[in-house]
Design a protein. Structure first.
Lengths: 552, 322
């Protein structure tokens, strides 16, 4: 009896910690929305949602999500096909290239687009005759494009893997039985992929309505309000209305949960996992010259628009001396980079703080995440699933909702835990937001360890700790490191947390760039943006190398 | 690999040390742009008194929001805004401490309120800023800018973010009514953002003319060599003193008072003029910008303006909504 109680202590503690970290902030959102004066009163929440401008905002958020799903499908599906079933599948370097949209934070990419497209901006300086495009760009259409350009690689990767799983033998079987190409596409290929496509589409939809960076820069320009910008505005611009902010956040939570349930349903009912098909089981057909040229053109166009234009725009803007004269010989300088570090200590400070936050949150999240995975493996089945489910919640919800919850919760318990308004609340918030990365990576590397290894260790007389240190830890270390790396890169450029709860005197790279873009020198802001992109790319490369060496 | 981990750990530890607070007192100051001035004032005050200055820099709108968020746990000692009318409404709601600062014998008349709670240690004015590559010469009055020849080429800073612009809108509407703004909006006036974003729009030529742009930003861009020029239209503008205020809830009251004294010191006032702002003392000389007596002013009734300023600012954004 006593033994089982002692055995349960770790899993009990894990649940308590996770509830405190994740569930309490979420509950304080509902509390703020439904108990405005301590009494249950949902009328204010309902009237907030029913306010005509908020109802319009909800409609336009959903419209934006749907349009982005459509446009990113148009980009991602052909690419997925090209990279899974044609000779392009062999060019592995495309995997690295299509990481670039991911390495460029959305707020930086959309600043690049703004600087490129605006009236008398870079595009009009190079091609004055294209001026008519500017008016078109600063509309919903432009917003949809820029957001699709950021999010399409997720769908591309997902669909590419799904297509790789459809073995060519199925296709050949169809052909042998006399089905023409179009029938095979309709009867065989599409049904096998619908489930995966639905998952990809839902993922893109959730990512789009959760995104804050692009709507806060480009969306604000064109007066297009969505959930995230409204939640942010109610929580940060006088007059502050946390109640309204929380009501909208509750609706957003509801939408996201609904979609995840739906996605779960699809995964269980429509997605096929084709047993026994490995990537090798795909026969690649050689294409004719014409088809090959067509593929190249498509790839080049995608790369040009999704990567080259924003990068070109950001880099060029960081090098321009006098904004009034634009692109002109003699008007280029590295001065913005020098000024970034010498004019005042804000630039250096922002870099140091971002590095500090990234290192500390990645380290704490790795430790916490690993512990919670280990505990969930050892706990009973139900309890284990509970722990895993709790630790993955932050992945399912928009970060702005979680940060709002953290803000409300720790403001309320300030007298007990006085971390509101200090740097530590940012560390905490980062840890909560990025915990799922570690949990996912460590869980997946756990699943590759056979039980027999651990049993062998125990049989040979190893104490649990010894077995952990010498068998389990080395085997999952790569997973931990990957999680650490992901967290580090994402945390380094995180925008939502610092823009809601950064204490006084504290600028991060992201808020520094935003501030310079909106109220300071665009040149300095873009110089910081270039440094930010370089920094995360180099970190990724170094750590990738470290991990692959470890593998040998 | 191990070395890298040790290095990371070392960075981590040393950074934690940097963030540790100093043991000599602190003073927390919320102040609007220009950031350069805020940093210089903070550094000089720290050097002179040994009191650590913690600053939060934001637009007037962001500062007010922050104060509201922190109502339960006040952090700010001194708050500086770029809008006199917002300062007056803070006084109205009883948030301010009265104090008679040192060095104020030569303060500009009317830039310290009767209850000695708002200290206009500096001031700015708004004017018409234009891109000289697009308009080599310009001296049109406010109403004349609604002329079709300027269609879709005029911008105004967001008065809900820029305190100076907000005060101007309130003063102008109070004196002349809404006709001019309505005509400008009908002529395609846009709101690109706070002061600096609006200035950026006219610098890059996205628009040719910025009305109600704060002058100190324009002067410093012109100094750098940007193709800009500024004038104050003849029917007058609003010079708005930028009030520094001591919060009643200040956790470090003595340091807050010392900081206000410092703002009126000769060194601090010199820095104010170096940032192209108007100094709060009459005995400080400056030649880098239009002086106070050269700027044509609208008759200002601050209490009437305070009443209408927030609504008027919101109305501008509504009028200009595309």
């Amino acid at each position: 009896m006593k033994r089982t109680v002692i055995k349960r202590i770790p899993s009990f503690l894990a649940v308590v910690v996770l509830v405190l970290m994740i569930i309490c902030p979420l509950l304080s959102i509902f509390r703020e929305a439904a108990f405005p004066d301590g009494n249950f009163d949902i009328s204010m929440a309902i009237s907030t949602i029913a306010e005509s401008e908020n109802a319009r905002m909800i409609a336009s958020s959903i419209l934006l999500g749907v349009l982005v799903v459509m446009v990113s499908s148009l980009i991602a599906l052909p690419l997925a096909y090209i990279f899974s079933r044609t000779q392009f599948a062999r060019y592995r370097f495309f995997d690295v290239i299509f990481m670039i949209p991911f390495m460029t934070p959305p707020y930086i990419a959309s600043m690049g687009w703004i600087l490129f497209m605006q009236k008398r901006g870079l595009m009009q300086q190079i091609f004055p005759s294209l001026a008519f495009l500017s008016d078109w760009f600063f509309s919903l259409g432009g917003l949809v494009l820029v957001m699709s350009f950021h999010v399409f690689p997720f769908m591309m990767t997902l669909m590419k893997n799904a297509m790789l799983a459809v073995s060519s033998s199925l296709d050949e079987a169809g052909a042998v039985l006399g089905a023409p190409f179009r029938v095979r596409l309709r009867k065989l290929f599409f049904p096998l992929l619908t489930g995966n496509y639905a998952i990809g589409a839902l993922l893109v939809f959730v990512k789009t309505i959760s995104e804050y960076g692009t709507p806060s820069t480009l969306g604000r320009r064109i007066g297009f309000e969505v959930f995230t910008t409204d939640i942010h505005r109610y929580a940060t611009v006088a007059p502050i209305e946390f109640g309204k902010s929380a009501s909208l956040a509750s609706v957003l939570i509801g939408i996201c949960l609904l979609i995840w349930f739906f996605q779960n349903y699809v995964t269980e009912h429509r997605a096929y996992s084709l047993v026994g098909s490995r990537p090798g089981s795909i026969r690649i057909k050689r294409m004719g010259r014409k088809q090959s040229a067509l593929c190249w053109t498509f790839i080049v166009i995608v790369i040009f628009f999704t990567m080259l234009i924003p990068l070109f725009s950001v880099v060029t803007s960081s090098l321009i001396k006098l904004r009034g004269y634009g692109l002109r010989a003699g008007n280029f300088t590295f001065g913005n980079y020098v000024k970034l570090f010498t004019e005042d200590n804000q630039g250096t400070g922002a870099l140091l703080i971002s590095i500090f936050l990234a290192v500390s949150s990645a380290t704490i999240a790795s430790i916490l995440g690993t512990i919670s995975v280990i505990i969930s493996k050892q706990a009973g089945k139900r309890c284990g699933r509970l722990i895993e489910g709790l630790s993955l919640i932050p992945e399912m919800l928009p970060s702005i909702v979680l940060v709002l919850g953290i803000m409300l919760f720790y403001n309320r318990i300030y007298r007990i835990v006085p971390i509101y308004g200090t740097i530590w609340i940012m560390v905490l918030s980062y840890v909560i937001l990025f915990l799922p990365y570690t949990v996912q990576y460590v869980t997946s590397s756990f699943s590759q360890i056979g039980d027999s290894l651990i049993s062998a260790g125990r049989i040979c007389g190893g104490k649990p700790l010894y077995v952990f240190m010498h068998i389990t830890l080395p085997l999952i270390f790569r997973g931990i490191l990957s999680g650490w790396m992901m967290t580090f890169i994402i945390a380094f450029r995180e925008l939502v947390t610092p823009s809601l709860i950064a204490p006084t005197n504290t600028l991060t790279v992201s808020t520094y760039i935003n501030r310079q873009f909106e109220q300071g020198s665009v040149g300095k802001g873009m110089a910081m943006a270039v440094i930010c992109i370089l920094f995360s790319t180099v970190t990724l490369l170094i750590l990738n190398k470290a991990i692959s060496e470890k593998r040998k | 690999m191990k070395k890298a981990l040790i290095l990371i750990l070392a960075v981590f530890v040393s950074l934690s040390a940097v963030f540790g607070a100093s043991d000599k007192g602190i003073v927390t100051v919320y102040m609007p742009s220009p950031a350069g001035l805020a940093n210089k004032l903070a550094a000089d005050f720290e050097a002179k008194t040994g009191i650590e200055v913690k600053t939060f820099q934001g637009t007037t709108g962001e500062i007010l929001a922050r104060l509201e968020t922190e109502k339960a746990n006040p952090v700010a000692d001194v708050v500086i805004l770029a809008s006199w009318s917002d300062g007056l409404s803070m006084k109205e709601s009883g948030q301010l401490e009265s104090y008679i600062p040192a060095n104020t014998e030569n303060a500009v008349g009317g830039w310290i309120d009767d209850d000695s709670m708002l200290f206009g240690y500096s001031a700015s004015a708004v004017g018409v800023i234009y891109n000289t590559l697009i308009y080599p010469e310009l001296d049109a009055d406010w109403a004349e800018l609604a002329d079709p020849q300027f269609k879709n080429d005029i911008a105004i800073p967001d008065p809900e973010l820029s305190g100076a612009c907000k005060d101007f809108v309130a003063g102008f509407v109070n004196a002349f009514g809404w006709d001019t703004f309505e005509a400008l909006a009908a002529n395609g006036m846009t709101v690109p953002g706070a002061n600096k974003a609006a200035l950026e729009a006219v610098t890059t030529g996205e628009v040719g003319i910025l009305i109600a742009g704060v002058d100190y930003n324009a002067y410093s861009s012109m100094k750098e060599g940007e193709p800009l020029s500024i004038y104050y239209p003849e029917s007058g503008t609003v010079v708005n003193p930028r009030p520094a205020m001591i919060m009643k809830s200040a956790p470090d009251m003595d340091n807050a008072k010392a900081f206000i004294d410092y703002l009126y010191s000769e060194d601090a006032q010199k820095m104010v003029t170096e940032a192209y702002l108007l100094p709060g003392r009459t005995d400080i000389e400056y030649t880098n910008r239009s002086t106070l007596d050269e700027i044509p002013q609208i008759e200002t009734d601050w209490s009437a303006m305070m009443e209408i300023s927030s609504e008027a600012a919101a109305r501008i954004n509504e009028l200009c909504e595309r």
